[in-house]
Design a protein around this ligand. Structure first.
Ligand code: HEM
Length: 125
């Protein structure tokens, strides 16, 4: 079996587009997340597409556009509580299901994103 990265295995940019679109639809109507996100999520979604592309092993699009991710630092202006981490991961779980991302990739992606989301928390509930 040929070894592929997650990005190629799930279907490349089409899959990333589906995941990110479905994810921000949910973020935009989640009561715990609305207060810290901008009303217009277009630019947020654009950056997330670039980030997840490289995070899943695809082209280094985020770094070309934004430089080193420094994600924890970029999140410090926003109070990220355990409740908000759970909400973020819940939106992502639902987006992966609706985007029809199959196992084992679904579980691998959730595990990677859970570790990163834990690292983003910066405020108690
Ligand atoms: C940006 C919230 C976790 C990746 C943002 C922004 C907020 C936010 C409010 C700013 C949006 C904007 O101004 O456009 C959260 C919350 C999280 C979380 C509540 C819960 C734990 C994550 C995780 C990742 C991630 C796990 C990556 C896997 C990003 C990226 C940006 C961003 C790439 C754009 C950074 C930039 O270039 O400006 N996030 N985030 N976030 N988030 Fe998160």
């Amino acid at each position: 079996i040929k070894h592929r990265n997650i990005y190629d295995a799930i279907g490349g940019s089409d899959a990333i587009d589906r995941i990110v679109t479905l994810f921000y639809e949910r973020v935009g109507r989640h009561p715990d997340l609305i207060p810290i996100f901008p009303d217009d999520l277009t630019e947020t979604a654009r950056k997330q597409r670039l980030f997840l592309t490289q995070f899943f092993g695809g082209p280094r699009l985020y770094e070309e556009d934004r430089g080193h991710p420094m994600l924890r630092r970029r999140h410090l202006p926003f109070p990220i509580t355990p409740t908000r981490r759970d909400a973020w991961l819940h939106c992502m779980e639902e987006a992966l299901l609706e985007a029809n991302i199959q196992e084992p990739y679904h579980t691998v992606i959730i595990e990677k994103l859970t570790m990163t989301a834990n690292h983003m928390m910066n405020t108690p509930d």
